[in-house]
Design a protein around this ligand. Structure first.
Ligand code: SAM
Length: 186
C-alpha cells in the first residue's frame, strides 16, 4: 500500500460525518477530495497551499466532484494560515494532513521547508481536538527533503515523550523511501 493510500485508510476509520479537517498541502487536491468525502455534507475542510495554481487545481477537482461547497480554499503559507486559525479561535479539527515536498509537474523550487513545516506542525497540535489525528508524509529523495524529514522526526519524538501516541511507517526500499508519521493527540 502506498503511503498516500495508508493515510486515507487510517483516516477512513477516523473521520466521520460532520467533522472538521485540514489539508495543509492541497497540491492537486487528491487529499482534499478524500477529506471532503469523509466529513460529509455537514462537515468542513480547509485546504491550504502556497501556490495559486495548486489551489486552482484543487478547486477544479472539487467542483468536478460536486464537493466544493464543503471546502474553504486558502492560498497562503500553511504556518501563517494555521496561525490565523488559532487566533480566530476556530472550532477544533479532527484531522490534519501534510503531504510535504513539491507539486508534481510544477516548479520544484517551491517546496515545503523545514522551518515553516515545523511551525505549521506546532500550530496543528493546537488546532487538533483531543483524539485528533495528524498525518505527515515526508520525502527524502530531493534536496532539503532529508533535513525536513529529520525535523518532522524530532517534532514527533518530542510530542511522543509528552504523551501523544505516534506511529511511524517506512516502506521497505533500498533508497530513501518517503516516510509517514501519524500522531494521535492525547
Ligand atoms: C506533494 S504536494 C501535495 C500533494 C497533495 N496533497 C495532493 O493530494 O495532490 C506538496 C504541496 O505543498 C505545497 N507547499 C509548499 N510549501 C508550502 C507552504 N509553506 N505552505 C503551504 N503549502 C506549501 C506545494 O505548493 C505543493 O502543492
Amino acid at each position: 500500500m502506498r503511503l498516500t493510500e495508508k493515510v486515507h485508510h487510517i483516516l477512513t476509520n477516523h473521520l466521520k460525518e460532520g467533522d472538521r479537517a485540514i489539508d495543509a498541502t492541497a497540491g492537486n487536491g487528491y487529499d482534499t477530495l478524500f477529506l471532503a468525502g469523509q466529513v460529509g455534507s455537514s462537515g468542513k475542510v480547509i485546504a491550504i497551499d502556497i501556490q495559486d495554481c495548486a489551489i486552482q487545481s484543487t478547486r477544479e477537482r472539487l467542483e468536478s466532484a460536486g464537493l466544493i461547497d464543503r471546502v474553504r480554499l486558502v492560498s497562503e503559507d500553511h504556518a501563517t494560515a494555521l496561525g490565523k486559525l488559532i487566533e480566530a479561535n476556530r472550532e477544533k479539527v479532527a484531522a490534519i494532513t501534510f503531504n510535504l515536498g513539491y507539486l508534481p509537474g510544477s516548479d520544484k523550487s517551491i517546496q515545503t521547508r523545514a522551518e515553516s513545516t515545523e511551525a505549521a506542525l506546532a500550530a496543528s497540535i493546537q488546532l487538533l481536538s483531543p483524539g485528533g489525528c495528524l498525518c505527515v508524509t515526508a520525502y527524502r529523495g530531493h534536496s532539503g527533503g532529508t533535513s525536513e524529514a529529520e525535523t518532522v522526526e524530532a517534532f514527533m519524538r518530542k510530542y511522543q515523550t509528552e504523551g501523544h501516541a505516534v506511529d511511524y511507517h517506512e516502506p521497505e526500499s533500498s533508497n530513501s523511501p518517503p516516510v509517514l508519521w501519524v500522531l494521535m493527540k492525547s
